[in-house]
Design a protein around this ligand. Structure first.
Ligand code: HEC
Ligand code: HEC
Ligand code: HEC
Ligand code: HEC
Ligand code: HEC
Ligand code: HEC
Length: 331
């Protein structure tokens, strides 16, 4: 190139080199800065924070098939507060099909894939868990990542683990499929404190006891509540927990009607199925239930005696007044 310029005799060798290198540098930086610009979050936000440029959209959830009406406006504050709102996250990290796009893009984008490039470990842990296998056996559709990790305004705003509304929401998500255990959790101090709206990381929600993605039955020694781990699980909040402490009944059923039905059923079948009634008698639930029934009994007796006492006193006063009047007339 330089030799061509040289033969033309326009400039000398050195100037040509400087010019050409400069040209390449300018061209390269223009191209690369344009690419960078095209991938900056601010470009997406130019449209996605402007109500005159984007609106709502009717969309069908690709897993559940539910029809949803979704706002295309991105709440910047909510996004930045979310687990992925840090400086080092780009819109196109998740919306990968927009990587090469500039300005306006095609309307129907692929749903975001949380698993393949970022979260294959937790995904495997969850999808391969016996919990999910049990759901399938029971014809229950396993929840998606986005169902449990959804933000409040958009699925995009994945809450952080210590986000209090998320902790509260998780109780409802587990409780939605486990109604009875949800109700009995609410009979327990842990559940009563969280019901009052206090859901800090120092009070137990379902996942603090049962685990998150790998949930095993409490009778399995390897579960978080199994014989091998239960002391460790409770010790996180109750330092000094020991064998006696962990016998605490986490799901007292004395207010659940189904529990009394279960007892009556077992009493009825006592002859044919002795194991069942023995199991119920031995369970610590029984002691709590007996105490509860006695407590209610004492309350009922106290108040009914108090009531009867009042009624009799009132009657006696009326009778006394009458007698008094009669004796005055007599005089
Ligand atoms: C020129 C304006 C404009 C720009 C720039 C823009 N978008 Fe959009 N975007 C839209 C509009 C309009 C829709 C609604 C499309 C529809 O109704 O089908 C939309 C829809 C979307 C959707 C939802 C698609 C769906 O099917 O649910 C996502 C995700 C999205 N945009 C992400 C981005 C990202 C990431 C960027 C930056 C790389 C970006 N957009 C840049 C205008 C824009
Ligand atoms: C951590 C991944 C992630 C990042 C980063 C991300 N999004 Fe999303 N976005 C999602 C998910 C998940 C959804 C829900 C729809 C879906 O499942 O694909 C979504 C949905 C959307 C929608 C459709 C509205 C809705 O609520 O479903 C728009 C518009 C959008 N994102 C724009 C953006 C823009 C603009 C940025 C950058 C500021 C961005 N997203 C960054 C994951 C992300
Ligand atoms: C039944 C509800 C539920 C489902 C479904 C679920 N998770 Fe979780 N996940 C949790 C809870 C609860 C936590 C702990 C609190 C938190 O970080 O939100 C958690 C934590 C996480 C964490 C942070 C801690 C870690 O293990 O690194 C990641 C990442 C995660 N989940 C990814 C996923 C992915 C990916 C999927 C889909 C395959 C998924 N989750 C499905 C409930 C769920
Ligand atoms: C989509 C519904 C669904 C959700 C959400 C769900 N579960 Fe389950 N879970 C099931 C089904 C179905 C079974 C098996 C039948 C049963 O025990 O009811 C099960 C079983 C269990 C078991 C017994 C496991 C075993 O091996 O016997 C525990 C403990 C449990 N779930 C706790 C939880 C906790 C904690 C959460 C929240 C993080 C949760 N579940 C969320 C449906 C669900
Ligand atoms: C303080 C710890 C603790 C909390 C919090 C807790 N559980 Fe449990 N859960 C237990 C223990 C211990 C058992 C086994 C004994 C029993 O059934 O009462 C159990 C049993 C269960 C079972 C029966 C299967 C099994 O593994 O024995 C399910 C389902 C369950 N819990 C769901 C939930 C749900 C849903 C929540 C939240 C609403 C929750 N638990 C909150 C400790 C807890
Ligand atoms: C995430 C923290 C956390 C975990 C995990 C936890 N607890 Fe608790 N627990 C609390 C808090 C907070 C209270 C209420 C404050 C208090 O009085 O100690 C409480 C109260 C109790 C009480 C009533 C104590 C009292 O002083 O009246 C018992 C019993 C108990 N928990 C047993 C357990 C058992 C057993 C486990 C394990 C299966 C467990 N807890 C797991 C936080 C937790």
């Amino acid at each position: 190139m330089a030799s061509i310029l040289n033969t033309c005799g326009v400039v000398n060798n050195q100037v040509a080199r400087v010019l050409i290198v400069g040209l390449f540098v300018a061209l390269f930086s223009a191209v690369s800065s344009y690419r960078l610009y095209a991938q900056e979050n601010s470009e997406c936000m130019d449209c996605h924070t402007d109500p005159s440029k984007v609106d709502v959209k009717v969309r069908v959830d690709h897993v559940t098939g539910e029809v949803e009406i979704v706002s295309m406006l991105v709440d910047e504050e909510a996004f930045h507060a979310s687990a992925h709102g840090g400086e080092d996250f780009y819109c196109i990290d998740c919306h990968a099909d927009l990587e090469e796009s500039e300005g306006e893009h095609y309307p129907n984008l692929q749903p975001v894939d949380c698993i393949t490039f970022c979260h294959d470990d937790p995904a495997e842990e969850f999808l391969e868990s016996s919990h999910v296998a049990l759901m399938k056996e029971n014809d229950v559709q396993p929840p998606t990542c986005k169902y449990c990790h959804s933000g409040y305004k958009s699925k995009r705003d994945t809450p952080r683990a210590n986000d209090l509304s998320h902790r509260e929401d998780t109780i409802d998500k587990c409780g939605g499929c486990h109604k009875e255990y949800f109700d009995s959790y609410r009979n327990n101090l842990h559940g009563q404190v969280t019901a009052l709206g206090y859901v800090g990381t120092d009070i137990a929600t379902c996942v603090d006891c049962h685990g998150q993605h790998t949930i095993l039955n409490s009778t399995d020694p390897e579960s978080t509540l199994g014989s091998e781990n239960v002391i460790e699980t409770c010790s996180v909040c109750h330092p000094g927990a020991n064998d006696t402490f962990v016998k605490h009944v986490a799901h007292p059923k004395y207010k659940n009607i189904s529990y009394y039905k279960e007892i009556f059923g077992a009493v009825k079948d006592a002859r044919s199925d002795r194991e069942k009634i023995i199991g119920i008698v031995k369970s610590p639930q029984t002691l709590i239930t007996v105490l509860f029934v006695m407590y209610v009994g004492i309350l009922v007796m106290t108040f009914s005696q108090f009531g009867m006492h009042s009624v009799f006193t009132w009657l006696a006063t009326i009778l006394d007044e009458r007698k008094g009047k009669e004796s005055k007339h007599g005089k």
